[in-house]
Design a protein around this ligand. Structure first.
Ligand code: DAH
Length: 350
């Protein structure tokens, strides 16, 4: 009896393969009436032949499945279950190409952010990253830029088409100051217990700028904010002097001139003595001996008030510095676009 059954399968097999060649959607072969009737036989086959018949049938089905997979053009593929659990038993040894002796390294920006955060850790500052998408309130309103304030235009901010619950576009933050309000609010209770707020905030920022060797639409900033009792401009300048001297590994002098930012009063633009030529004048400092490097000032009373901090009791300072610029000065890099291009010739130098 099994011989007959084997022959029946072999005959049908030949027919099925002929049919497969004519099918546009190869997978249809698995739903064919011929195959189905072979399966129906199963019900009437004596029990002692069921196993061997079943195996033959299964082999045929596997063969057809494989053949129907070979030409999948225009065929609906089985969907991939992207929620399926990952196979954590995969070993790196199975992928020798990933174990080559060439090792990657940190992008210089990342390495220098780590270094700056280390410097501030020794000065008692905590750190938190700034987000890459934010809202109008954090970017502007909480920082004393009322609606329609002309200074908003100075930040060339990218907006989304999508609107938030207040029907305002989301914002790709144009400065790390976008984190100031959050930090002030979250640390207010500790401040009232007597612990000054001391934070540095690294982050990626975005501006709708024309790109050239010195300007990028996407770059990094390091924000700093310090609030406590009896804090003055002298404290601000002292911290910045320590930061630059440690960062450049030599004594750096500072020069300030008045400036305007809505979120600080007074506001300053700060220049550092050129770490390359020690004020003698060179190409890095455009022969002036000084390099304008950052904006800073005393936190505006309105910014403190927005965060529920009483400006009659507490004062503080803040600054924001472009990290790309710092790294460019430190290593004499004259092209800001190198940081983003993934140019290996450039990156391998670090
Ligand atoms: N957010 C400013 C900018 O991107 C820089 C800045 C200036 C930050 C003064 C501050 C500050 O915290 O107090 O141009």
């Amino acid at each position: 009896m099994i011989k007959e059954l084997e022959k029946q399968i072999a005959d049908t097999r030949a027919k099925l393969f002929e049919k497969l060649a004519t099918l546009k959607n190869k997978k249809d072969i698995l739903k064919s009436t011929e195959l189905k009737s072979l399966y129906d036989e199963m019900k009437v086959i004596p029990n002692d032949h069921k196993a061997s018949y079943g195996k033959l049938l299964n082999d045929l089905k596997n063969e057809l499945t494989e053949a129907s997979n070979e030409d999948n053009a225009g065929v609906d593929l089985e969907p991939i279950d992207v929620t399926a659990p990952a196979d954590f038993n995969i070993s790196l040894k199975d992928f020798p190409e990933l174990l080559s002796s060439e090792k990657g390294s940190k992008n210089p920006i990342t390495a220098e952010i780590d270094l700056l955060l280390d410097i501030f850790k020794t000065l008692g500052f905590s750190s938190i990253e700034s987000p890459e998408i934010d809202n109008d309130y954090n970017m502007f309103s909480s920082l004393n830029f009322p609606e329609g304030h002309p200074a908003r235009d100075d930040w060339d901010t990218f907006l989304t088409h999508e609107k938030d619950s207040k029907n305002k576009p989301f914002i790709a933050p144009a400065h790390t100051s976008t984190m100031q309000h959050r930090v002030l609010v979250s640390e207010r209770a500790e401040l009232e217990k007597g612990k000054p707020i001391a934070y540095v905030i690294p982050g990626r920022v975005f501006r709708n700028e024309d790109v050239d060797a010195r300007h990028e639409h996407t770059f990094y900033q390091l924000e700093g904010i310090y609030v406590g009792k009896d804090i003055t401009v002298a404290n601000l300048l002292n911290i910045l002097k320590v930061m630059f001297s440690k960062y450049f590994g030599k004594d750096i002098e500072l020069k300030v001139q008045p400036f305007y930012f809505p979120f600080t009063e007074p506001s300053f633009e700060l220049a550092v003595s050129c770490p390359f030529c020690d004020k003698k004048g060179c190409s890095v400092c455009s022969r002036s001996g000084w390099i304008e490097l950052l904006g800073c000032g005393m936190v505006h009373p309105n910014v403190l008030e927005q965060a529920g901090i009483n400006p009659a009791i507490y004062t503080g300072f803040a600054w924001g510095v472009g990290i790309n610029r710092l790294v460019m000065i430190k290593y004499g890099i004259d092209e800001i676009r190198h940081f983003m291009t993934g140019n290996l010739e450039f990156l391998e130098q670090f």
